[in-house]
Design a protein around this ligand. Structure first.
Ligand code: SAM
Ligand code: SF4
Ligand code: SF4
Length: 371
């Protein structure tokens, strides 16, 4: 049976679900833990021009690795249509990610489409991007002009040696720093720089990174190394906890904690006491925030995932391409969200210390599901 034929029963089942039940009160969809759906991450490509050891290690994602063929990717009209339906279900922010989102050709056209959308309250939807900035120097201004509201840039070290080790590529640190400068020049503010900290690999660059971005207007955020996917060989002893990171920072620069910008903000915020700006720590491993997690994810090929650590997602592309109506698709999305009970990070200890046979099934790679 072709994939398309396999999907038809889903569409028929969805159609009858829509006939038999009224469309849920989409403005108040919550999951089994009463978490609303506020954020949507869209992975626009599973490809990348880097091979970060913690995300797409080069020995697994080698020259012969087969990425998704073009026809399997959601096109921009499909992403726009799904985005509208997620917004009708409560989403207020959309983040484009991947893989490396700047590798997706004409990404500005997608941003233009998404930036025109309005939330249920009539406000413009916030469209953000996370990028490794390799291609940002050339594109920062056109991204801004297209309506991108925010940009997060990943950078794991300042010395060429550390950066090369973390990124698994020959890209120079200067290329990323130029990208950051171009984004600042284009008017993105504040820019956030994400540094994944891995013990023995780049933790010696915590203070140089803090020093570099102090007084620059850039908010540096330290991220605990996570056990996403099944290929990075994650070990708990390689995680540098947010507390350890802060203890290092405070020895060099006095800092004070700052209130979150909004409920559910994943980064804990700190400011330099002398007014040198702000830093953040994202303690996904040692202080799980699943109870406040309001993120839905659409994979590159259009599956809905309700957790970064999920082993499966619900196909939206199949029904979409077979002519499902908006109501059918909303019903599918709402149905998935209402039955969501994910809280992997809160259960991580049990998951990672259990005998292999009892551990959860293979997890999906971050580059495909959208980091
Ligand atoms: N390629 C883009 C980039 O690197 O910014 C976007 C995709 S990447 C998957 C999104 C974010 O996930 C990056 O900031 C990256 O550092 C983070 N990330 C990837 N693997 C991770 C891991 N194992 N633990 C923590 N963060 C991770
Ligand atoms: Fe590519 Fe981003 Fe993953 Fe690094 S973290 S391999 S830049 S997708
Ligand atoms: Fe959200 Fe899943 Fe991460 Fe918990 S583990 S914060 S539910 S994505």
């Amino acid at each position: 049976m072709t994939d398309a034929l396999k999907i038809i029963p889903t569409v028929i089942a969805t159609a009858s679900a829509v006939r038999n039940y009224s469309v849920p009160d989409v403005t108040r969809i919550t999951d089994t833990m009463r978490r609303p759906m506020h954020d949507l991450r869209v992975s626009v490509t599973d490809r990348c021009n880097m091979r970060c050891t913690y995300c797409m290690p080069g020995d697994v994602f080698g020259e012969n690795h087969s990425f998704l063929p073009r026809a399997e990717l959601l096109n921009f009209d499909e992403i726009e249509r799904l985005a509208k339906l997620f917004i009708q279900s409560g989403v207020q922010k959309i983040r484009l990610t991947g893989g490396e989102p700047l590798l997706r050709r004409n990404i500005e056209r997608l941003i233009e489409k998404l930036a025109r959308l309005r939330t249920l309250e009539g406000k413009p939807v916030e469209v953000a991007m996370t990028t490794n900035a390799v291609l940002l120097s050339q594109q920062a201004q056109s991204l801004k002009d297209a309506g991108l509201s925010r940009i997060n840039i990943s950078l794991d070290g300042l010395t060429e040696e550390t950066f090369r080790r973390m990124s698994g590529s020959d890209v120079s640190v200067g290329t990323v720093l130029d990208g950051i400068a171009a984004a600042q020049q284009a008017g993105f503010a504040p820019i956030k720089v994400n540094m994944v900290v891995k013990r023995g690999a780049n933790d010696h660059e915590i203070i140089p990174m803090a020093g570099h971005f102090r007084n620059s207007g850039v908010v540096l955020r330290f991220i605990e190394y996570m056990d996403v996917g099944s290929t990075n060989g994650w070990r708990m002893d390689e995680v540098v906890s947010a507390q350890e990171i802060l203890e290092q920072v405070v020895q060099h620069f006095p800092i004070q904690q700052v209130d979150p910008n909004y409920t559910g903000e994943v980064a804990e915020r700190w400011r330099y006491a002398d007014g040198g700006g702000e830093i953040g720590v994202i303690a996904s491993v040692t202080q799980a925030f699943c109870h406040e997690c309001t993120r839905a994810r659409i994979s590159t090929d259009g599956k809905l995932y309700t957790c970064l650590f999920a082993s499966g997602g619900a196909d939206l592309r199949g029904p979409l391409r077979l002519g499902a109506t908006d109501q059918m698709l909303i019903s599918l999305i709402a149905g998935q969200w209402k039955q969501r009970s994910d809280r992997y990070s809160q259960l991580r200890h049990a998951a990672t210390t259990a005998p292999a046979a009892e551990r959860p099934r293979k997890k999906i790679e971050m580059s495909y599901i959208g980091g």
